[in-house]
Design a protein around this ligand. Structure first.
Ligand code: SAM
Length: 227
């Protein structure tokens, strides 16, 4: 059940000081030592699992705030502890990543404003094979409407899976959606983030150990003429 965690009623209720205390100290009285605050969360890792992607992205984009969204309570607690341990062992690093326990299929608009995000990640999402369960997939035409809303024009949505059928499904939803266009393969190959998709997360490492194939679909948020 997901009825036991708090949900912000709107993005302005998201307490950044809880997630990124070095950038948003609760005690504003200290004299100017605090790091220049990035204004808002820019990257979201949806269904982040054990947090390997956030840990990999953090040093690549040290001035970007990122959040993982995870439904499982224990897994979320693990990621919180992992980030606190990394901060303690590496002072001045890993202050830009955090995690929240939530159901991303219900609450994305509670967390992010229109055009807030520059990257969204969906790495190795649960496949939900049966036709009647396709509505539970984290990529669907309806959910892409929400993702398009919270993404900045030019922002990039990254998906990867080892389940070929799901890979085709995610690609076909993105191709059909009027607010996304495919990112050319040569641009993808040059993107430093691309390598992390198949190496950084716990699930990607499991797939790699077993010699599994992966299928990615990487699309850019575009604008319609009317916008
Ligand atoms: N992305 C991670 C990785 O690559 O290692 C985890 C992949 S795991 C197969 C899928 C994760 O999505 C699980 O941790 C699951 O709890 C989470 N998840 C499933 N549905 C979710 C939802 N509606 N909201 C948030 N997280 C969800």
């Amino acid at each position: 059940s997901d009825s036991h965690f708090p949900v912000p009623i709107s993005p302005k209720e998201v307490d950044l000081s809880q997630h990124y205390p070095r950038y948003f100290p609760a005690d504003k009285g200290s004299d100017g030592e605090e790091a220049a605050a990035p204004q808002q969360i820019r990257f979201a890792d949806v269904g982040c699992g054990f947090g390997g992607l956030l840990v990999g992205l953090s040093p690549l984009f040290p001035d970007t705030l990122m959040i993982g969204m995870e439904l499982r309570d224990k897994v979320t607690e693990y990621v919180k502890e992992r980030i606190l341990a990394l901060r303690a062992a590496n002072p001045g690093q890993y202050d830009n990543i955090s995690v929240v326990r939530t159901n991303s299929m219900k609450y994305i608009p509670n967390y992010f404003r229109k055009a807030q995000l520059t990257k969204m990640f969906f790495l190795f999402p649960d496949p939900h094979f049966k036709e009647k369960n396709h509505r539970r997939r984290v990529i669907s035409m309806q959910l892409l409407d929400e993702y398009a809303y919270v993404m900045e024009v030019g922002g990039i949505i990254y998906t990867i899976t080892d389940v070929e059928e799901l890979g085709e499904w995610m690609r076909s939803c993105l191709e059909k959606h009027p607010l996304f266009e495919t990112v050319p393969e040569e641009e993808i190959k040059a993107d430093p983030v691309f390598k992390l998709l198949s190496t950084a997360t716990e699930e990607s490492q499991k797939v790699a150990r077993n010699g599994g194939q992966t299928f990615h679909a990487i699309f850019r948020r575009i604008s319609l003429k009317e916008e």
